[in-house]
Design a protein around this ligand. Structure first.
Ligand code: SAM
Ligand code: SF4
Length: 357
C-alpha cells in the first residue's frame, strides 16, 4: 500500500528573541571556536538512547545495552549544560535520541531551554510515532521545527525496515507537526539499495505537490550494521542522478537549519529534495556542532572516538564554570575531519542512537 498524506507549508522560522541576542553579544566574551577556526554554535542533545523502533540500519532487533537510568542526565542537568554552552555562543539546540518523544514530558525540557538567553532555535529529530499527541504542547513550549525520519511510503516495508509497525502514526505525526506550526518539516530518508531505493522517485514527486523537504541520507557504518552498510550503500551522486530523471532540478538554499544537505527543487515545486553525504569530507569543513549523549558525554565528531565526561563535574558541584571551561578546552581536540571509509565502523559507536545521529 502506498500512503498519501496531507502536508501543508509551515509558517517558516519564528522571529528570534532580539533582546536576548543583544544581551548575549554584550556578555559573550569569547565565543567557542575550534582549532580550525570553525565557530561552534550548534549543540545536539540526546535525551535517551532507548527507542520504540528498531530500524535495521540503526540498532539490533533486541536493542542495545541501554544506559542505566541513574546515569541519564535530568532535564535540569541538560539545561545547566545548555546554559553554559549558550554563554559562549551556542545558539541552536536539537533534541534527539534514541527516540526523544519516549522521554516523559519532553515539553518541560523544551520550555527550560527556550528560557535560556541566547538560544534562538530549538529543533527535534523524531521517528514521529508519538508526535501527533505531543506536537501542540511542544510548539507551545517553544519548539520551532521537527525533522521526521521516514524511509518508505509503503506500510509493509515500514514494518520491515523499522521492525515494528507505525507508518500511519508517523504520517499523522507529520501532519500534526505542520498544523502546530513546527515547519518547515524535513523528512530524513535513509536509502538502502534493494530495500527502499525504488522509492526515490515517489518521494521526489511528493515535493512537487507538497511543501515537504526530503533529505536522502547515505547509510552510515556503525558497529552494529557494517555488513548491511557495505552491501546497501548508495552514493549521493547516484541519488542526484536519479532525481534528475524526475524533472529539471535547480539548487536552492537549505530550508532553515544548520544541516549539511545539498538542496534542490523542481521548477514550481513547493518542496525540496536534498542529499546528505557524510562520507564526503566537504561535510566537515563547515562543521559547526558538537553532541551531548544522554549520559552527559560530549562528543566532538560524529565519527570520532573522543567522548568527554560532563556529568561527573556537573554532579560533583563544578557548576557553570567547570562546564564552560571543559567546553573551551575541548575545542583544541575537535578533529578537523573524520577519517571514516566506506564499510568501516567508528570504533566506539555501536549505533547512532547512542549519540543522536
Ligand atoms: N529516533 C529519531 C529519528 O529516527 O529521527 C532520532 C534519532 S536517529 C538516531 C537520528 C537520525 O539518524 C535519523 O534520521 C536516522 O535515520 C539516522 N540514522 C540512524 N542510523 C543511521 C545510519 N546508520 N546511517 C545513516 N543515518 C542513520
Ligand atoms: Fe530508533 Fe531513530 Fe534509530 Fe530508528 S533511527 S531505531 S527511530 S533511534
Amino acid at each position: 500500500m502506498v500512503a498519501a498524506f496531507a502536508v501543508e507549508p509551515g509558517p517558516g522560522p519564528n522571529p528570534g528573541n532580539h533582546k536576548a541576542m543583544i544581551d548575549l553579544i554584550e556578555t559573550v566574551a569569547e565565543p567557542l571556536v575550534d582549532a580550525f577556526r570553525r565557530p561552534i554554535t550548534y549543540l545536539r542533545v540526546s535525551v535517551t538512547d532507548r527507542c520504540n523502533l528498531r530500524c535495521v540500519y540503526c540498532m539490533p532487533e533486541a536493542g542495545l545495552p541501554w544506559i542505566p537510568k541513574p546515569d541519564v542526565l535530568s532535564y535540569e542537568e541538560v539545561a545547566e549544560i545548555v546554559r553554559a554552552a549558550a554563554r559562549i555562543g551556542v545558539r541552536s539546540i536539537r533534541l534527539t535520541g534514541g527516540e526523544p518523544l519516549i522521554r516523559r514530558n519532553l515539553d518541560r525540557l523544551v520550555a527550560m531551554i527556550a528560557a535560556i538567553p541566547g538560544i534562538d532555535d530549538i529543533a527535534l529529530s523524531t521517528n514521529g510515532l508519538l508526535l501527533a499527541d505531543q506536537a501542540p504542547a511542544l510548539a507551545a513550549a517553544g519548539l520551532r521545527r521537527v525533522n521526521v525520519s521516514l524511509d518508505t511510503l509503503q506500510d509493509e516495508r515500514f514494518t520491515a525496515i523499522a521492525r515494528r509497525p507505525g507508518l500511519a502514526r508517523t504520517l499523522a505525526g507529520i501532519d500534526a507537526a505542520i498544523a502546530a506550526g513546527l515547519g518547515p518539516v524535513k523528512i530524513n530518508c535513509v536509502l538502502m539499495r534493494g530495500t527502499n531505493d525504488d522509492e526515490i522517485e515517489a518521494f521526489a514527486e511528493l515535493t512537487r505537490k507538497r511543501a515537504v523537504h526530503i533529505r536522502f541520507i547515505e547509510v552510515m557504518p556503525v558497529t552494529e550494521n557494517v555488513d548491511l552498510q557495505r552491501n546497501t550503500w548508495i552514493s549521493s551522486d547516484e541519488v542526484l542522478e536519479r532525481l534528475g530523471t524526475v524533472g529539471a532540478l535547480h539548487a536552492v538554499p537549505n530550508p532553515h537549519g544548520n544541516g549539511p544537505a545539498r538542496t534542490f527543487a523542481y521548477d514550481d515545486a513547493p518542496g525540496t529534495v536534498g542529499v546528505i553525504s557524510p562520507l564526503a569530507h566537504d561535510y566537515c569543513e563547515t562543521c559547526n556542532r558538537v553532541r551531548l549523549s544522554a549520559d552527559g558525554r560530549l562528543k566532538l565528531c560524529l565519527f570520532g572516538d573522543n567522548m568527554i565526561d560532563l556529568r561527573t563535574p556537573l554532579r560533583t558541584g563544578g557548576g557553570q564554570a567547570a562546564i564552560e571551561s571543559i567546553l573551551r578546552n575541548s575545542m583544541h581536540i575537535k578533529p578537523e575531519r573524520h577519517h571514516l571509509q566506506l564499510g568501516e565502523a567508528s570504533s566506539q559507536m555501536r549505533a547512532f542512537s547512542e549519540i543522536g545521529g
